[in-house]
Design a protein around this ligand. Sequence first.
Ligand code: SF4
Length: 267
Amino acid sequence: MSENWEIYADWNPWHGCTKISPGCKFCYVYRQDEMYGSEISSSECRKTGNFNLPIKQKRDKSWKIKSGTIVFTCFTSDFLLKDADAWREDCWLMIKRRPDLYFYFFTKRIDRFLECIPDDWGDGYDNVLVGCTVENQAMVDYRLPIFKSLPIKHKSIMVAPMLESVNLSPYLDDTIEEVAVSGESGVNVRPCDYNWVLSVREQCVEKNVAFRFHQTGAYFIKDGKLYRIPRRYQLSQAHKANIDFRIGKYMVPENVKFEWSDDVYHS
Ligand code: SF4
């Protein structure tokens, strides 16, 4: 991956998702939809008006998304969601047409990966980074063996929302470019214990895999004491812990952008 990328863009070709595992319980897409007063159910997946964003051009014919940008893809849904099967092929074509961008998506549906890739995927596209999300040991044990076996050029593991202590060690090797850990955001959500975070860090250090403590979540336990961390401090508090390992640049956005309204959706 290029060392020169500095710029991020958000591309949400569709919006809405169905809950699939314990980590989805307080899904931020549902929370944000509620906050924005959306009248469409969050579980209803629909194409957005930004579907073609990677190939949109300005009046002077230059690309709307500048070359070298890292594009956070499908952060208001899951890129491998079954409901979006009919639309994904067009996304792959756009991804292929823009080899100058890096497309990064997270998924809780890594078990659908092989059904979802294009015919010419081969060992993977150079410009696609896939993050496998795991929230507890059961999901580690189910998803990571699958993830490990898949032909993907750039892989990361996202432990989010971290619901318990996990052992990732069997899956950490030089094919994993980053492990990131996050607590859960929202109201009345589940706490994250700093000891769990430190344990994953230790596993990463042992295997020389980059580690990043992304955010504390709303309830954070340190030295046995429970803290309520306001949203605006959840990232900075994690950063202040100063426990990142081998991290050069941030690979995920600080916040997902929710800048749409229902009328931008295609019917
Ligand atoms: S997979 Fe992600 S986007 Fe979909 S419901 Fe679960 S947490 Fe939300």
